[in-house]
Ligand binder design. Sequence first.
Ligand code: AMP
Ligand code: ZN
Length: 113
Amino acid sequence: MNDCLFCKIIAGEIPARKVYEDETVLAFYDIDPQAPVHFLVVPKEHIASAAAITAENASVVGYIFQVIARLSKEMKFESGFRVVSNIGLQGGQTVPHLHFHVLAGRDMTWPPG
Ligand code: AMP
Ligand code: ZN
């Protein structure tokens, strides 16, 4: 998508600190970390949010969780971690390209703000 920040990162037009990349997904560190480890995992295909998942594009979500599980082992998140996807204005989404926040390295609180 032309005007999408994360599509520009995926295209290499805006730099990012990459954690992992393959033909389907990109993981990169959040520019404003909310935990000692905070990265985002995004599909390379532009999907606006988790509210735009359909039968046609849903498989990428399972794949993203597979990547997250693998990275969590490689990065030794042995005490646990959190995966968050904000959706829409009231959900706190600021970038309209589906992404999963992966947060680790501190105790998480509940409920989230
Ligand atoms: P959300 O608010 O859930 O839509 O998440 C968007 C996230 O993208 C926020 O945590 C931002 O800090 C992060 N972010 C915005 N611009 C960049 C960037 N250029 N590189 C990395 N992360 C970014
Ligand atoms: Zn996009």
